[in-house]
Write a protein of this length. Structure first.
Length: 286
């Protein structure tokens, strides 16, 4: 399988949609957009091909489902009443674009040196990142968006699974609702974990659909955390960062795990260490 065959395969699976396609050979991407309002989604083909060639053939079904839901929901959602709108936060890597292909700036907030907060209009089974144009259509200010997002992220169910590895406890939030990583913005949730953790608390958001909280009680725990976050980061559909973060009393601090049970914390800086106050906000899938 190569990007050209994957492009053709996706197009053959999406013939029931009223869409146009734009293939970018240099970026190895396929833009799929509605015929009525030109709204759509861009799919990076090379990561999908890599997973497909590793035997993860289900990735095609996942992408097809994602595109279908996104295209169906990309109608004019701005005319809903305020009570019907659900604004959520979405965490992305700092390498993620800060504006649309048309040049409209996304509504964002700084988070850490590795991550940035975006905001999204929840559409049910998908979401649309909020840009300057949509912000005007929604008749909301950036501050209102942030406050609504913070409120909504705190309302989500935070069910988790726990695993013990060589004396260390690892908690996994993986609901696949599109906002698992966004739960890192829920200060109350993190503080609840901090109160019961016996060792050092680390958190990680290797990709969109998981939040890992670790209770590191011995040196081996750091190596386990490093291996785990890299594995999740490599295999995630929307990777964010393989870096772990120390958490203490509302502050994040990046932790570089060097291997052989060694770790090193970076020097705090305004862009790296961020206090989690009442101004934190949320959003959803892209």
């Amino acid at each position: 399988m190569n990007v050209f065959k994957m492009r053709d395969l996706l197009k053959s699976r999406l013939t029931h949609l009223k869409v146009h396609y734009q293939f970018n050979r240099d970026k190895e991407s396929l833009r799929i957009y509605r015929t009525d309002n030109q709204k759509g989604v861009t799919v990076k083909l090379s990561p999908i091909v890599a997973k497909f060639n590793k035997g993860q053939v289900h990735i095609v079904d996942e992408i097809v489902y994602y595109v279908e839901e996104t295209i169906h929901q990309m109608k004019d959602e701005a005319h809903k009443t305020l009570n019907e709108k659900r604004i959520m936060p979405v965490i992305r890597a700092t390498s993620f674009p800060t504006e649309t292909k048309e040049g409209r700036a996304f509504v964002t907030e700084s988070h850490t040196a590795e991550t940035r907060i975006y905001y999204a209009l929840d559409l049910g089974k998908s979401y649309r990142l909020i840009d300057s144009e949509l912000l005007n259509e929604l008749k909301l200010s950036k501050q209102q968006v942030k406050e609504m997002a913070l409120f909504n992220i705190r309302k989500l169910n935070n069910a988790y699974k726990v695993d013990e590895v060589k004396g260390n406890q690892f908690y996994f939030i993986n609901t696949n609702d599109g906002y698992d990583a966004s739960r890192i913005l829920n200060t109350s949730l993190l503080n609840d974990f901090e109160n019961k953790i016996e060792g050092e608390m680390l958190v990680a958001i290797p990709h969109q659909d998981v939040l890992i909280i670790a209770d590191i009680r011995n040196k081996t725990g750091y190596d386990v955390m490093a291996h785990m976050t890299m594995e999740f980061f490599t295999n995630g559909l929307v990777p964010i960062t393989s870096l772990s973060l120390g958490y203490e009393k509302g502050h994040f601090e990046p932790v570089f795990i060097l291997g052989e049970n060694n770790k090193q914390k970076t020097n705090p800086s305004p862009n790296v260490v961020q206090h989690l106050g009442a101004r934190k906000d949320q959003n959803k899938r892209k």
